[in-house]
Write a protein that binds this ligand. Sequence first.
Ligand SMILES: [Zn+2]
Length: 181
Amino acid sequence: MNAIAISLNGSILNRAVLVLNSNYAPLHVCTTRRAICLYYLDKAEILESYEEAAHSPSTTLSLPSVVKLNKIVHYNSMSVILNRRNIVQRDHHTCQYCGKSSGPVTVDHIIPKERGGLDSWENLTTACPSCNLIKGNRTPGEAGMQVKRQPVRPNRIHYFQQFVRHQQIGWRPYLFMEPLQ
Ligand SMILES: [Zn+2]
């Protein structure tokens, strides 16, 4: 591994990178920091890059945007990991009770755990702290609240597509999306 000292501001190194399996199937999304490590560890090749570059005294490396692993990883191809970040991402960082989309959010059990509610895609939703506080340990019906969108288990490709902004134009062919005009 080549030692590389990269001095860049954190936001660039935290940009999203699409990681493809060695058969080109989208696998997950990581940070540019992690992708550069994979590249220097000889675990991945860079397929697409952002316009910005990372500089060290001896090297210049275009910031990776899409990388492909050199070895196949076996995984359940349809599952997205159930965690707080992915629930908030699925719900577009929007409280599913009042529709507020700015400020901090929490993850709410629609049917409270104490009442037998599960840790599942269908029972977890994004809520702002005040809605979460008002709802407390009640069901939405008991609290007189309504979930705007029934939460569902996200489709993997749809999940990746949500990360695509203008800068991620290079991801589109790998996610079966139309090229941008
Ligand atoms: Zn709310």
